[in-house]
Design a protein around this ligand. Structure first.
Ligand code: GDP
Ligand code: MN
Length: 387
């Protein structure tokens, strides 16, 4: 689960990690009042959306007067913000972080992630922080330091010294950075983060180390024990179809192709997406209805696929194991009756109760295209898409 910058900074404050003073505004007038409360300039206005690269997209602006705060806020609020990470349609800005501007001497980079290959926690740091960190990593990887921490023994003073040395910090900052890194590590572990990133972590003219930006992702599998964090969920930021699917415990991911597909089992779903690609088409979604799906889940899945206006054809690929073919067929027929099918549906069924499933589909009077096997299904999809 992603959370907003202002929420991540709230967690930072709770863990004694220095952040600039700032407040949330939802209107230009409110931004004006909050800037007045901050009491000095510049004030930074930051769009709160679940995407990075806001600086490059015009979502982070400095304002030097109260009137400018109001006009900058009015220009950003309520409109889609397009950044290198949002796609061309952008993300609508509903909230602004109105923050005290800092006098920046240097922008550093610091992040924490689980490293799967070593099963350790990795801290990544760089002296070359700021908006072009991706380029730094690609062109001058030697400017990136990586330190691995065994999660069983935790963070030790040596790890912090290694990072401070790698960042080439002056003596007066070494102690401050060690405290900051220890606190960040603690926050990372306690809140089950899958990513914690500060870019930039700044050294100010006053010689302080402050998290100017904050990005935190929480491991979805740990949300059951992170009730406080769950309150940070912002469904406005989620894909509407994925949000709908999550209500029915469907494993659905919206993609940008035009072949909708419904499959049981994640492995078969991945293989089906490959099949669609090899047929020269492109999947509109990933949907694993799961082994234990009932007719209602199938119906909901089918309805969600049908409500995606990009979908030009649907491929149903089911291997009846625990999910029996007749149950699947009933779900499809129910959904089709309720929603009406306006696109061709190619269906490949095999496994438990396959005959019964086919009978249900045949008796339904629906116009379904039956495929004998996977190759046949791919051929039929290619033919329909090619028309
Ligand atoms: P991102 O582009 O979405 O990662 O947003 P950031 O919060 O990282 O802001 C982008 C850039 O805006 C930073 O790298 C800074 O250069 C600049 N910026 C943000 N806050 C301040 C500030 O208080 N003072 C100054 N001078 N620059 C700032
Ligand atoms: Mn940033």
């Amino acid at each position: 689960m992603k959370i907003h910058e202002y929420q991540a900074k709230e967690l930072f404050r709770k863990h004694s990690i220095p952040v600039p003073e700032g407040y949330i505004a939802t209107s230009p007038d409110e931004a004006f009042a909050l800037a007045e409360k901050l009491g000095r300039f510049p004030v930074v206005i930051k769009a709160q959306v679940h995407a990075g690269g806001r600086g490059k997209g015009g979502g982070v602006k400095l304002a030097r007067s109260l009137e400018e705060v109001r006009s900058v806020a009015a220009a950003i609020l309520g409109r889609p913000l397009v950044t290198p990470q949002t796609g061309p349609e952008g993300k609508k800005v509903r909230k602004l972080l109105v923050e005290q501007g800092l006098d920046i001497r240097q922008e550093l980079y610091l992040s924490i992630i689980p490293d799967r290959s070593t099963a350790k926690i990795m801290i990544i740091a760089s002296r070359a922080g700021g908006m072009d960190i991706e380029e730094v990593a690609a062109i001058t990887p030697e400017k990136i330091i990586k330190v691995l921490i065994n999660p069983l023994t935790g963070i030790e003073p040596g790890h912090c010294r290694e990072i401070a040395a790698g960042l080439n910090l002056i003596d007066s900052l070494v102690e401050k950075s060690s405290t900051l890194i220890k606190n960040l590590y603690k926050l990372f572990i306690e809140t089950d983060c899958s990513l914690l990133e500060i870019n930039p972590l700044v050294i100010t003219a006053q010689g302080d180390l402050i998290a100017l930006d904050a990005k935190i992702d929480i491991d979805d599998n740990a949300l059951f024990r992170q009730k406080d964090i769950l309150k940070y969920r912002d469904t406005d930021e989620e894909d509407p179809l994925e949000l709908e699917a999550s209500k029915y415990n469907l494993n659905y991911i919206n993609l940008d192709g035009n072949v909708g597909n419904m499959v049981n089992g994640a492995g078969l779903a991945m293989a089906t997406m490959d099949l669609i690609k090899s047929a020269g088409a492109s999947p509109a979604n990933f949907l694993d209805v799961g082994g234990g799906a009932n007719a209602e889940m199938v119906e909901n899945g089918f309805r969600i696929i049908l409500s995606d206006s990009n979908v030009k054809v649907i491929l149903i690929n089911i291997f009846g194991g625990i999910l029996r073919c007749d149950v699947l067929a009933e779900g499809v027929v129910q959904a089709a009756r309720k929603t009406g099918i306006n696109v061709p549906v190619v269906i490949r069924l095999q496994g438990t109760n396959v005959e019964k499933g086919r009978e249900i589909l045949a008796a339904s009077g629906l116009n379904l295209i039956t495929a004998e096997d996977l190759n046949d299904a791919a051929g039929k999809i290619a033919e329909i898409i090619g028309k």
